[in-house]
Design a protein around this ligand. Structure first.
Ligand SMILES: Cc1cc2nc3c(=O)[nH]c(=O)nc-3n(C[C@H](O)[C@H](O)[C@H](O)COP(=O)(O)O)c2cc1C
Length: 352
């Protein structure tokens, strides 16, 4: 586990190992503000020994929410609550970034926005996203910039722009969703680069600004292209995951050993020098070590593993059982954590 447990820095942010707990909305908040359960959850995760925590998708604008109980960073009076999370995590000697997010057409708004008109079907309904005006674009870019200002004020070590999994920034990147004919369509990265520039103007240069980017947007070639453009424009790290659900072409070599998202991270890392994070289905310490060592990515995200066992990194370091997601989907992405079969087995084996 030599590389997995080696130190790593992004700017002045020091991480004691290469394990990152990626953003995971588990939904406790009623009005977007932090409640004690949020603070306790992050404290426990920080005690678990990971090198970095990225706080769950936290919304920049009340109309951009992905779920009713999502945390918010759209108002100054939310800073105090967010600071409690930051302080609790820092007390455990762990840095924390916050993922800032707007859902666009993939949210709960009755009248959602999208870069261009788009019909989005999910399991229960079809919604139509309406093309954003230039004024809408400027407003939402400003919401992201203001959210980063609040994040800096609350003491976060950095922000991660949520640019994947179908949400608004991802909707701009994916040309099958973004059919605009102006510069925000012909040059789809313009939306996010202007946000990045805006954040740089109002935060000190050591403040970390990264992005969670879809590797297939819609193809890996697009993912590599956007990664290079963002690197040229000063992004501090690239956390590579999936892009816009049905609008991706995941051409991955047959028999590739890890998940498609890890493949995308590996490919992107070959083309950039900024730190790259890999994610998805990294269930054991051995696999995590193999991925950072042989695939040359800088950090690995352990998501569901940390939901099952918040002490994942400490246990991995001591070669203990870390627990495992069984991919049974009973939990509905952990919405029903009590029926998580992996957690039940882990807790029973470890008498928790
Ligand atoms: C309950 C839950 C909530 C999630 N919320 C977010 C989120 O807020 N932002 C995000 O980018 N990804 C989110 N994800 C995706 C995870 O960050 C991660 O990419 C995914 O679980 C795959 O990694 P894993 O196989 O280690 O779990 C969520 C996943 C889960 C299980």
């Amino acid at each position: 586990m030599k590389k997995l447990f080696s130190e790593f820095n992004i700017k002045n942010v020091k991480m004691k190992n290469r394990i990152c707990i990626p953003p995971m909305v588990v939904g406790f908040s009623n009005d977007g503000s932090v409640i004690p359960e949020n603070v306790e959850r992050y404290k426990k995760l920080a005690q678990g020994g990971a090198g970095l925590i990225i706080q769950e998708a936290t919304c920049v604008n009340i109309d951009g929410k992905l779920s009713e109980k999502q945390l918010g960073i759209w108002a100054d009076d939310q800073i105090e609550g967010l600071k409690k999370i930051v302080d609790a995590v820092h007390e455990e000697n762990c840095p924390i970034f916050i993922q800032i997010h707007h859902a666009g057409v993939v949210g709960i708004s009755e009248n959602p926005l999208c870069p261009s008109d788009y019909e989005y079907k999910n399991l229960t309904k079809t919604v139509v996203g309406h093309e954003m005006t230039i004024e809408d674009i400027k407003c939402i870019q400003n919401d992201f910039i203001e959210a980063a200002r609040r994040a800096y004020k609350a003491g976060y070590d950095g922000v991660e722009l949520h640019g994947c999994h179908g949400y608004l920034i991802c909707q701009f990147f994916n040309k099958r969703v973004n059919k605009r004919t102006d510069e925000y369509g012909t040059n789809p990265e313009k939306f996010v680069i202007e946000i990045l520039d805006g954040i740089r103007k109002i935060t000190p240069k050591e403040f970390v600004v990264g992005i969670r980017l879809g590797g297939f947007e819609p193809t890996i070639e697009d993912g590599v292209h956007y990664a290079k453009v963002l690197e040229r424009n000063g992004i501090d790290f690239l956390d590579i995951s999936y892009g816009f659900g049905s609008e991706q072409e995941m051409n991955v070599p047959e028999g590739y050993k890890y998940s498609n998202a890890v493949y995308a991270a590996e490919r992107i890392k070959e083309e950039v020098s900024v730190p790259v994070f890999a994610v998805n289905g990294i269930y054991s310490a051995e696999t995590a070590e193999e991925i950072v060592r042989e695939r040359d990515v800088d950090m690995v995200d352990i998501g569901r593993g940390a939901l099952i066992n918040p002490n994942w990194a400490n246990d991995a370091k001591e070669s203990k059982d870390t627990g495992k997601c069984l991919s049974c989907a009973k939990c509905m992405w952990f919405g029903q954590s009590k029926v998580c079969a992996g957690k039940v087995i882990f807790d029973r084996n470890n008498e928790i």
